[in-house]
Write a protein that binds this ligand. Structure first.
Ligand SMILES: *Cc1c(COP(=O)(O)O)cnc(C)c1O
Length: 429
């Protein structure tokens, strides 16, 4: 029954053909069930052409590639352009994906680097207002970045770090977060939260939380590593101060690829804001006069440091084209919600209470964090059996399997097959 339903969903899926835009890794000649797009997204088939075009431009043009079109016959003419403003050709689609304006988004550096750049601007501790609020189970790099900012400012983490604990099992209610912000209103210099919590998969109510932070005039930033390309966002309308995300998870741009950063217009246009500066953030028209003055570009580009890695940016570009062709986040989120519902139906019907999902459906994106609760059987053993059968998920101690079907390349039938294999793995244990 459920398998028939899966096949029907796949038949009716207007995004089904996008699976062909990706290389699917295989296992003994069978395509993997690849449910780790939340960790490393798959490679679009066009990526190598986009990178090859820039490699060939470098071969043909050398340094002239900075100023001359790097057109390549394997790609549409619209993809040609000079390296000098290559990053600008990523901006519009990237901004659409997070609900930002073009002047608020810049693709640069990597996630943790961008977090530091944003904190250099937005964490301005004063005597009484010197604290940063994060969540108790923040991704290690986020906590490392925050604590090292304290050290740079001569503050002690024990005095300045506020870690909010989940109040509903492993999940946060929006009220608990908003109450914590209100409670510490006089001492908070900044707030840093995830858009989607990496372990539980919970999507936070960014809009409501940002509204409270705005009202109290506390700068708020979101780490969108697990949100970008996964859930719909309106960062501009929500008045989020800043946000950072990587492009190698749901954004399919390759390991360690160049990252995204959002600075709200009300800050991006303020060239007086303090920041860590570099020449690529300086006014483009006078950049090459090499005077050493720093007049920041009055957009998010004003936070750029270096001339960007073009080969990595080319991979981002190839991937963003797939998102644009698919119609952006709206249709993807619609399919993702349908897949999510179907995933839960399969789990309920085929596995009952042997496995539970941490986050409820109404605050989840692509990722389901499955808690394996079997007497005497270590969850990791189940995970390893899945791996051996060509199912790619990831394991998070102490007992969570994270599985994230993505609407661009996963099918409904794969979801059914995943639950079927999970059932077998449990039965064999
Ligand atoms: C994946 C991830 C990172 C990774 O940071 P990099 O600087 O790209 O290595 C950071 N924060 C969160 C929440 C993540 O999920």
């Amino acid at each position: 029954m459920l398998l028939d339903q899966a096949r029907k969903f796949d038949q009716d899926d207007s995004l089904a053909s996008f699976r062909d835009c990706f290389f699917i890794p295989d296992h003994n000649g069978q395509p993997d069930l690849y449910f780790v797009g939340n960790s490393l997204g798959l490679q679009p088939k066009a990526t190598s052409d986009y990178i090859a075009a820039e490699l060939q431009a470098w071969q043909r043009l050398g340094v002239r590639g900075h100023f001359e079109d790097s057109h390549h016959e394997s790609l549409p003419a619209s993809t040609a352009g000079q390296w000098l403003d290559y990053h600008q050709r990523l901006t519009e689609t990237m901004a659409d994906l997070v609900g930002g304006q073009a002047n608020e988004v810049i693709v640069m550096n990597t996630l943790t680097v961008n977090l530091h750049l944003m904190m250099a601007t937005f964490y301005r501790p004063a005597k009484k207002r010197n604290k940063i609020l994060i969540e108790a189970h923040a991704f290690p790099s986020d906590k490392n970045a925050v604590e090292s900012q304290f050290a740079l400012h001569g503050c002690k983490s024990s005095d300045c770090l506020i870690e909010i604990q989940p109040d509903q099992g492993q999940l946060f209610s929006t009220d608990a977060i908003c109450d914590a912000i209100r409670e510490h209103r006089d001492s908070l210099a900044m707030i840093l939260l995830p858009g989607v919590q990496y372990y539980t998969g919970q999507v936070l109510n960014m809009q409501t939380i940002a509204a409270v932070a705005n009202e109290l005039e506390i700068p708020i930033g979101f780490d969108l590593a697990h949100a970008a390309g996964n859930v719909a966002m309106q960062l501009h309308d929500w008045n989020v101060d800043f946000a950072c995300w990587c492009t190698y998870k749901y954004l399919n741009s390759g390991p360690g690829s160049i990252a995204g950063c959002f600075v709200h217009q009300r800050h991006a246009t303020n060239t007086d804001l303090p920041r860590l500066a570099g020449w690529w953030g300086h006014d483009r028209d006078s950049r090459f006069q090499m005077t050493g003055d720093f007049n920041p570009i009055a957009t998010a580009e004003g936070w750029q440091l270096s001339n960007p890695p073009i080969l990595s940016a080319a991979a981002v570009r190839a991937s963003l084209q797939v998102f644009a062709d698919a119609g952006g986040m709206k249709p993807l989120v619609e399919k993702s919600k349908l897949q999510h519902r179907f995933f839960r139906d399969c789990l309920n019907e085929m596995l009952g209470d042997q496995v539970s999902v941490i986050a409820p459906e109404d605050c989840s994106g692509c990722q389901l964090s499955l808690e394996v609760k079997l007497d005497g059987i270590p969850g990791k053993q189940i995970y390893q059996r899945l791996e051996a059968s060509g199912v790619r998920t990831d394991w998070r101690e102490p007992n969570v399997i994270r599985a994230a079907p993505t609407p661009l390349y996963n099918t409904f039938e794969e979801i059914w097959t995943f639950v079927d294999r999970l059932q077998h793995a449990i039965a064999q244990a």
